[in-house]
Design a protein around this ligand. Sequence first.
Ligand code: ATP
Ligand code: MG
Length: 261
Amino acid sequence: MTKILAITNQKGGVGKTTTTVNLAASLAAAKQRVLLIDLDPQGNATMGSGIDKAGLAATVYDVLLGQKVIREARVTADAGKYDVLPANRELAGAEIELVDIEHRETRLKKALEVVHSDYDYVLIDCPPALNLLTLNGLCAAQSVMIPMQCEYYALEGLSDLVNTIRKVRTHLNPELEIEGLLRTMFDPRNTLAQQVSEQLQQHFGEKVYRTVIPRNVRLAEAPSYGIPALYHDSQSKGTLAYLALAGELLNNASRTATETI
Ligand code: ATP
Ligand code: MG
């Protein structure tokens, strides 16, 4: 069955896009069929996948407004061996244009219904806001991955996000679950980071991924070449961490499958 994951946190710069791009490449390297959906008008995941956001014939914007279907708008990211439903600045207008459209929160969900069987994983990179675009991501997804930096305000932001997820579950998408919390840009020498990490584990237990993403310059450099870190430096700590995260997801998925048999 296709797994649809929204990578979200309304806090900016926590590693959502870095996670989406590198997890997509890592899952693809493990022979999974992956679609990355860029739901952010910044188009960072599009660029980071080596796709020129200026020269696109169609984008996720056209899909949300019902002018194109995903099969017409998706492009293959040769740099990472996965498909991308790209975005550019045009998407910023969708927020306003969608307001008067029927079922405005479930436009992406509807559009995905016809293609999700083409994929094992669909990863949705959300913008840093709890807006209508993010809501479309949360309605289309079965679960949410929350990347976060282990710093003082992180826990406070997390309770807002958890409340939003609860509301979405009550009103729009009853199946939505928290897939997991991912500690990003982690520096083990930082005492505060260690303390916040421990608090996270106390509060969320099993929901915190065992894999921790370290602060690693290769992860920050790779987007400037338009490639995932795996193809920039296959042995870097950042690359290995995202490969491990993909392994953890695949293990969890097979464990859940065995439990339901
Ligand atoms: P936004 O909220 O603006 O969409 P984001 O949550 O998607 O941001 P990213 O764009 O992935 O965050 O990361 C923010 C910055 O931190 C980028 O410059 C990125 O290259 C860098 N970065 C992300 N993860 C790491 C890491 N593990 N090590 C070093 N740099 C990182
Ligand atoms: Mg981003």
